[in-house]
Write a protein that binds this ligand. Structure first.
Ligand code: ADP
Length: 241
């Protein structure tokens, strides 16, 4: 019992320092770029646009982190509920990918997508599905290596939609394939590699997927890297009124 308490105390300390680090990084760049703009030291309009884009992206990163922490707390208290509705997920995933692909390209990634024809009728909370995909894409970006390449693939098999995010990043050390879904677990030590993270992204992504009757699975990508696949049951199309 004492040992379990000790492990828990260590996990809490790591979590607090990981989250503080993850909050601090975007806040520092938001403050720095806002100051530069406020002092009117940048006269080039392209630079101004670039700084504003960074501020927006970093603010989005903060929102994502805070949403993850709040949702995690709600799950822990059994207070996380979704309002599923019958939606065609294809247009939503397409527009999410459009925005993310543009961001990834400007960060030096080679991107590609292959999606099965729609409609993809699913009984889901659409925002929750977006949250899962953003968590997976942000991980593929964060844990990338020299070969910066991300592919999105969506297929339908046995009435299940499978959306996978495939990268050429650092991969998952053997033995950690299931642990990465545990809360607070980080396979690549943040202190040694400086990549910010809370260890909650995959825990939440899997919980949300399971709440929707689906799941998230990890696989090694042939040739190196990772594949994270979101499984969501497909639904009958809405009946005509
Ligand atoms: P974090 O906030 O640390 O990114 P996650 O729960 O999203 O937390 O992921 C848990 C751990 O799994 C990460 O710390 C990282 O070590 C590993 N991981 C997740 N996604 C990837 C990926 N695409 N490539 C390599 N490692 C990954």
């Amino acid at each position: 019992d004492a040992r379990r308490q000790l492990v828990l105390a260590q996990k809490k300390t790591d979590f607090v320092s990981n989250v503080s680090h993850e909050l601090k990084t975007p806040l520092t760049s938001i403050r720095m770029f806002a100051e530069l703009l406020q002092e009117r030291r940048v006269s080039d309009p392209a630079k101004t646009a670039d700084y504003l884009r960074i501020i927006r992206l970093e603010a989005e990163r903060l929102t994502r982190l805070i949403n993850n922490v709040l949702d995690f707390a709600r799950f822990e208290r059994n207070q996380q509920h979704y309002t599923p509705r019958l939606v065609d997920l294809l247009p939503q995933v397409e527009s999410l990918w459009e925005a993310q692909a543009e961001h990834l390209r400007s960060a030096g990634f080679e991107v590609s997508a292959e999606m099965v024809a729609g409609p993809w009728w699913c009984l889901v909370d659409p925002d929750a599905i977006t949250q899962i995909l953003l968590n997976l894409l942000s991980n593929s970006e964060k844990y990338s290596s020299a070969q910066k390449e991300i592919a999105l693939q969506a297929i339908a098999k046995s009435r299940v939609l499978q959306i996978s995010v495939q990268d050429r990043g650092s991969g998952i050390p053997s033995g950690a394939e299931e642990k990465i879904f545990e809360s607070f677990y980080r396979a690549h030590d943040s202190l040694s590699n400086g990549i910010p993270g809370s260890g909650l992204g995959l825990t939440l992504a899997r919980r949300i997927a399971r709440e929707h009757g689906g799941d998230i699975l990890f696989a090694r990508r042939p040739g190196g890297g990772s594949v994270f696949t979101l499984f969501i049951p497909l639904h009958e199309p809405p009946s005509a009124p």
